[in-house]
Design a protein around this ligand. Structure first.
Ligand SMILES: Nc1nc2c(c(=O)[nH]1)N[C@H]1C(S)=C(S)[C@@H](COP(=O)(O)OP(=O)(O)OC[C@H]3O[C@@H](n4cnc5c(N)ncnc54)[C@H](O)[C@@H]3O)O[C@H]1N2
Ligand code: MOO
Ligand code: MG
Length: 400
C-alpha cells in the first residue's frame, strides 16, 4: 500500500486543527500558555519620572550657573510621595526607584558627591538635563499594546502581565486528551514484569511530552481484546477532544486499532507514512475529535508526537509554528529507503553553529538511546546520501 509522504501527512493534520476556546487563569499559571487577549499598558512605563541612581536631585539650571554646593532639604525614598525642592539652589537626597522631586531635573550620583554637615558638594563639572532619570512614559505610553494576543507566555510576559495589574489572564483552552496504551505484554510501572512482559512506558513519555507544552492529560490501558477496545474507545470519543494511542496499528493479529476505529465511525485520513521510525502511524477524525494512533515502538511514538501532535496543537491554540530550527550534520550518513529518516542526534553548539552529531541506536525499540540524544534531524526522503556540513531541520525535545 502507498505510504503518505511526511509533508502530506503533516498538512492533513494541520488542516484539522481545532479551536478549543479560551479560559481565564491566575497569572502565575499562565506560564507556557498562549495569550488570548492583548495586554495593554494601564499607565505610562515608567509611570513617573523614576530616579535611576542613588544620589542628590538638584535643579539643572542652578548646576549650569556653576553652583556645586547644595544644602540638603530632605530625603526622597522610593515608595514615598513626591517632594518639592523648595529652594532651587538646595538639593534632595534621592534613592533609585523614587519619584523625582518637583523643581529638580537632574540627579548626581553619590559617587560624584561629598555629603558633609547637611551639604552636598558636587565633584563633577558637567552633567545633562534629566541625567539619571528614567523619564515618565519613555518606554511605553498608557494604552499601548505591550503583548499581542497569540503570544506564548514566557517569564518575560509574566513580568509585564503582573506590572499592569492583571491577576487573571485569558489564555487558549487546552483540548481534553486521553492517552491510551494497548497490549497484553504491558504492565504498570510499579509492577514486576514477567520475563515476556515490559512496563507501559510509552504513555508516560507521551504524558511528559504533553506536559512540556503545559497540556494536562489522562492515561489508561486496554488489553488486546477487540470488544473491550471498542466499548472503551466509543466512550472516550465522547468524553475527550483528542485520543492518542500507542501501539496496535501495524500488521499483527492483535493490532486492532485501525479496524476498531473504523467500526466506530472514525474517518481514516491516512495510515502509514513514508518515514522511519514511525511508519505505521494512523491518523483520523470523528466530527471535531482528532485521533492520533502512534506505532507502539517507543521511538516511533516519541518522534510522531513531536512531528505531528506538537504542531497540530500549536496551530490549534493560535501559535505560529513556522519558526523551524535547523542544525548542521556533523558526519556523512547514508539512508537508502525512499523515506524521511528521523536521525537521532546530540546537539552541540560549536562557535555559534548548532551541530547535530548522530547517535546510532538499535532501531525504534531502543528507548534507552533517547537519553543520549537531544533531537531528531529530519533527513528528506528524496535523497540517500547526507553529507557532513549539510543543514537539516531538527525536532528538538530538550530546550536547554
Ligand atoms: N509485518 C510487519 N510487521 C511490522 C511492521 C510492518 O510494516 N509489517 N511495522 C513495524 C514497525 S515499523 C513498527 S513501528 C511496529 C508498530 O507496531 P504497533 O503499532 O502495532 O505496536 P505493537 O505491536 O502494539 O507494539 C510494538 C512494540 O512496541 C511495544 N510497545 C507498545 N506499547 C508500548 C508502551 N506503551 N510502552 C512500551 N512499549 C510499548 C510493544 O511491546 C512492541 O514491542 O510494528 C512493526 N511490525
Ligand atoms: O516505523 Mo517502526 O517505528 O521503524 O519500528
Ligand atoms: Mg503490532
Amino acid at each position: 500500500m502507498k505510504l503518505t509522504p511526511v509533508h502530506k501527512a503533516l498538512e492533513i493534520i494541520l488542516n484539522q486543527s481545532e479551536d478549543f476556546g479560551v479560559e481565564q487563569v491566575n497569572f502565575i499559571d499562565s506560564l507556557g500558555r498562549v495569550l488570548k487577549e492583548d495586554i495593554i499598558a494601564d499607565r505610562d512605563f515608567p509611570p513617573f519620572n523614576r530616579v535611576s541612581m542613588d544620589g542628590v536631585a538638584v535643579s539643572f539650571q542652578e548646576f549650569e550657573k556653576g553652583i556645586r554646593i547644595f544644602e540638603i532639604e530632605g530625603v526622597q525614598a522610593a515608595g514615598s510621595a513626591q517632594l518639592t525642592l523648595k529652594n532651587s539652589s538646595n538639593c534632595i537626597e534621592i534613592m533609585t526607584g523614587a519619584t523625582l522631586p518637583k523643581n529638580a531635573d537632574v540627579v548626581i550620583p553619590y559617587e560624584q558627591v561629598k555629603i558633609e554637615n547637611g551639604f552636598a558638594k558636587v565633584t563633577i563639572e558637567e552633567t545633562l538635563y534629566f541625567k539619571n532619570i528614567h523619564r515618565k512614559g519613555k518606554d511605553q505610553k498608557e494604552g499601548d499594546i505591550i503583548i499581542h494576543k497569540n503570544t506564548l507566555i514566557s517569564p518575560a510576559e509574566i513580568g509585564v502581565i503582573t506590572t499592569v495589574g492583571k491577576s487573571k489572564v485569558t489564555v487558549a483552552k487546552h483540548p481534553k486528551v486521553m492517552i491510551i496504551s494497548t497490549g497484553d505484554e504491558l504492565v504498570e510501572v510499579n509492577e514486576t514484569p514477567k520475563e515476556y512482559q515490559i512496563r507501559r512506558s510509552n504513555v508516560h513519555t507521551l504524558v511528559s511530552l504533553l506536559k512540556q507544552l503545559q497540556i494536562p492529560s489522562e492515561t489508561t490501558h486496554i488489553k488486546d481484546d477487540k470488544d473491550a477496545l471498542k466499548s472503551k474507545i466509543e466512550q472516550y470519543l465522547i468524553d475527550y477532544d483528542v485520543l492518542l494511542f500507542s501501539g496496535a496499528v501495524s500488521k499483527g493479529k492483535f493490532d486492532f486499532i485501525p479496524e476498531v476505529l473504523d467500526e466506530l465511525g472514525v474517518d481514516k485520513l491516512f495510515h502509514r507514512v513514508a518515514q522511519r521510525p514511525g511508519k505505521p502511524f494512523w491518523y483520523g477524525k470523528k466530527d471535531d475529535k482528532s485521533i492520533f494512533a502512534f506505532p507502539g515502538n517507543p521511538i516511533s511514538t516519541f518522534v510522531n508526537c513531536i512531528k505531528y501532535f506538537y504542531p497540530w496543537f500549536q496551530k490549534s491554540v493560535g501559535l505560529e509554528s513556522d519558526n523551524k530550527e535547523f542544525a548542521v550534520l556533523a558526519e556523512d550518513i547514508t539512508f537508502k529507503p525512499q523515506m524521511t529518516y528521523f536521525l537521532q542526534v546530540k546537539l552541540e553548539n560549536k562557535n555559534g553553529t548548532l551541530l547535530a552529531i548522530p547517535v546510532h541506536g538499535n532501531g525504534s525499540g531502543d528507548l534507552a538511546n533517547l537519553v543520549k540524544v537531544d533531537a531528531f534531524l529530519e533527513l528528506p526522503a528524496d535523497k540517500t546520501e547526507f553529507k557532513k556540513g549539510d543543514i537539516f531541520p531538527i525536532l528538538r525535545y530538550r530546550s536547554f
